[in-house]
Design a protein around this ligand. Structure first.
Ligand code: FES
Length: 117
């Protein structure tokens, strides 16, 4: 049974859409400004944002509101970014996230744990 989408994109003929350029896995893309990275990538046809650490199954955004973590990508060299919560910006370098990322571990020294009287 065919269904109509519940949501439609907001369009405004009086306000021209500003665009910007970013890259995804080295490919330059032109996307509308003011939208999330996830929305922009989906808009241009990207369907694989990351691969799971264990089975390397492809993943793409699901909730678009910061809950599911299926949209993780590397943005400007920072891994584990939720692309649905980050707004696009000019020159942004985005890469798909392949498997698990290293945890940044900074050991806490005993001096930092001392309580000051
Ligand atoms: S799409 Fe669910 S957290 Fe980004």
């Amino acid at each position: 049974m065919p269904t109509e989408p519940l949501f439609q994109p907001v369009t405004s003929e009086s306000r021209p859409t500003r665009t910007l350029n970013l890259t995804f896995n080295g490919k330059t893309l032109t996307v509308p400004a003011g939208i999330s990275v996830a929305a922009a990538l989906l808009m241009v046809g990207v369907t694989r944002f990351r691969a799971t650490p264990v089975s390397e199954a492809p993943r793409a955004p699901y909730c678009m509101m910061g809950v599911c973590f299926e949209c993780l990508v590397d943005i400007d060299g920072v891994p584990n970014r939720q692309s649905c919560l980050v707004e696009v910006s000019e020159g942004m370098k985005i890469r798909s996230q392949e498997g698990a990322r290293d945890l940044i571990f900074q050991p806490v020294t005993n001096q930092a744990l001392e309580v000051q009287p």
